[in-house]
Design a protein around this ligand. Structure first.
Ligand SMILES: [Zn+2]
Ligand SMILES: [Zn+2]
Length: 232
């Protein structure tokens, strides 16, 4: 079956994400747009994923747990997972490598952690958009090791895009998929996502994947297949 997707959406936990991008608002907007599958991908954290996944489940929308990892070179890598526990392990690991700089909400924005009722249950105090200590050379193997799919994000963008920062696409880095709005000439499967920081920027039903079932497992397996990994 064809599933329309947007695998790169920020919530109110990203400092640059709008405070109205709550778990319920994101899920509802994705449904209004006609999507069947999304991923919640905040900067260097997945802590709003459990709420968004619960809301998604209640409303018939697949929500993959994800994060947008910042490498030590300031390259953004979208990390997609099937299970939140696996994403949590990656987060725990990168937390030990991340620079600890306190967030200044008045400058960068608040970093709100919410439950499935959109109630604030916490606020991240360390700024989330700083680089991790994970280099782009080790990122792919690290994310795959935790069971995720690493996807260099918005490679066509000058800021924080792999090609913009490294000057060219390096196939030796171990990535099997890219995210890019245009055909970049990189011969790998390509995702087209919104990178929405505001609700209205979430993708329309324009890009789809072919999956066996409309479930986190089905979507993740479809992505694995696109990466040439077969399915389990
Ligand atoms: Zn980014
Ligand atoms: Zn992003």
């Amino acid at each position: 079956m064809k599933l329309f997707y947007d695998f790169h959406i920020h919530s109110c936990l990203s400092p640059c994400g709008d405070n109205d991008s709550t778990p319920n608002n994101i899920v509802n907007m994705a449904l209004i747009k006609g999507l069947q599958a999304i991923a919640l991908s905040d900067h260097n954290t997945g802590r709003n994923c459990p709420a968004a996944m619960t809301v998604g489940k209640k409303n018939g929308l697949v929500v993959l747990p994800a994060m947008e990892l910042t490498t030590s070179e300031d390259i953004h890598i979208l990390c997609l997972f099937e299970r939140y526990e696996d994403l949590q392990k990656l987060e725990k690991y990168i937390q030990t490598t991340r620079l600890r700089i306190r967030n200044k909400p008045e400058i960068f924005g608040r970093q709100l952690i919410m439950n499935e009722n959109d109630e604030v249950i916490g606020e991240e105090e360390d700024l989330l958009i700083v680089s991790s200590g994970v280099s782009v050379e080790e990122a792919a193997a690290l994310v795959k090791g935790f069971g995720g799919i690493p996807v260099p994000a918005h490679i066509d963008k000058q800021s924080n895009g792999l090609v913009g920062i490294l000057g060219a696409f390096d196939y030796g880095l171990g990535f099997d998929m890219i995210e890019c709005r245009i055909d970049s000439g990189v011969g790998l499967p390509r995702l087209v996502d919104s990178d929405a920081h505001y609700l209205w920027d979430i993708s329309e039903a324009e890009h789809c994947i072919e999956a066996e079932t409309c479930s986190a497992h089905g979507v993740f397996e479809a992505l694995q297949k696109m990466c040439g990994k077969g399915g389990k």
